[in-house]
Design a protein around this ligand. Structure first.
Ligand code: NAD
Ligand code: ZN
Length: 322
């Protein structure tokens, strides 16, 4: 621990898709993760110690950590655009993570939760932040929004778009468990892209000009291509889903329909965290996306649930580390 650091006792963690890649030790993980690194970056915990420079954090405060530790010196950091740091280090990917009794982070990475945020929801502020950052990348008030991929992040993004005033929010996923989960969390229109075309969906909703905003949350090439073909002229697409290979698209659609495509990574420090907090305070409820709550000792069961696709967020409880 350095003078600018905060030490946190971990209370609960979420398992991220990234953790699953590491657990499976795929090509990306074996090329990226140093052997022996403590992984995990979605967490909530309580402050148990702090360096001498840290003045505005209280002992016992319930906090989460922003998972990107930025350099503070590059052009974007100096301009206050820390989420665009060129030298960012990922917690649980490039530096020691949260699947542990304690984690130490720089004070600038600490988010202090307001009273009333349930611990398991606080544990998933990181992916909730991905959802909020993507869903609010473009104005959605009164707009028709298409979300491709009803993973936990897609479902939370759909809920956020609705909360932020979208007219229709439609979500696609071939997995029936995920569609049912989306409906449980309050998304009214979830469909199987193998059974219904977007043209058909638009007819059912009496939509004429295509979707105004697209949130790509699957990383799947055909989901992205279908989305491109169903956007209104001038439509805007925010892309969070990570494709496993290159995707070829018909660029004529982008050019002649004057579409905007925007890549999204992480969250904004700390505007997204602020927005998450106030949307919870103004009635947004994403707790239904949590489907498994397990003791950390049963982590293998948690990873199995994630692998099966028949899960939402999986939370591990770390309060008993005996
Ligand atoms: P997830 O893998 O749980 O969800 C993806 C969903 O897409 C699955 O439910 C899958 O069934 C569905 N899908 C597959 N093919 C589809 C198709 N043709 N049409 C519609 N849906 C389809 O992932 P998640 O945890 O919800 O994360 C969403 C995506 O965002 C993932 O690709 C993840 O890697 C990525 N991600 C990106 C960032 C970032 O900062 N850019 C951060 C976190 C996650
Ligand atoms: Zn930087």
């Amino acid at each position: 621990m350095g003078i600018n650091d905060v030490k946190i006792r971990v209370l609960a963690t979420g398992i991220c898709g990234t953790d699953l890649h590491i657990y499976d030790w795929d090509a990306w993980a074996s090329a990226t993760i140093p052997i022996g690194l403590t992984i995990g970056h979605e967490f909530v915990g309580e402050v148990v110690a702090m360096g001498s420079n840290v003045v505005d954090v209280a002992m016992g405060q319930i906090v989460s950590g922003e998972g990107h530790v930025v350099c503070g010196r590059c052009r974007n950091c100096l301009a206050g655009r820390r989420h665009l740091c060129a030298h960012t280090l990922g917690v649980g990917v490039n530096r020691s993570g949260a699947f542990a009794e304690f984690i130490v982070l720089p004070m600038t990475n600490i988010w202090q939760h307001s009273a009333g945020v349930p611990h398991d929801v606080a544990a998933i502020f990181d992916p909730f932040g991905n959802a909020v950052h993507t869903a609010l990348a473009f104005p959605v008030l009164g707009e028709d929004v298409l979300v491709t991929g009803a993973g936990p992040i897609g479902i939370m993004a759909a809920a956020v778009a609705k909360h932020a005033g979208a007219r229709h929010v439609v979500i696609s996923d071939p997995n029936p468990y995920r569609r049912a989960l989306a409906e449980k969390v309050g998304v009214r229109y979830a469909f199987d892209p193998r059974e219904k075309t977007l043209k058909w969906v638009m007819q059912e909703l009496n939509m004429h000009e295509g979707f105004d905003v697209g949130l790509e949350m699957s990383g799947n090439p055909s989901a992205f291509r279908d989305m491109l073909g169903a956007m209104s002229h001038g439509g805007k697409i925010a892309m969070l889903g990570i494709p496993s290979e290159e995707i070829a698209i018909d660029w004529n659609t982008v050019i002649f329909n004057q579409l905007t495509l925007r890549g999204i990574y992480g969250r904004e420090m700390y505007e997204t965290w602020y927005k998450m907090t106030v949307m919870l305070e103004s009635g947004l409820d994403i707790s239904g996306v949590i489907t498994h709550r397990l003791n950390w000792k049963n982590y293998e069961e948690g990873f199995r649930a994630m692998s099966s696709g028949n899960s939402g967020k999986v939370i591990l409880d770390w309060t008993d580390v005996s």
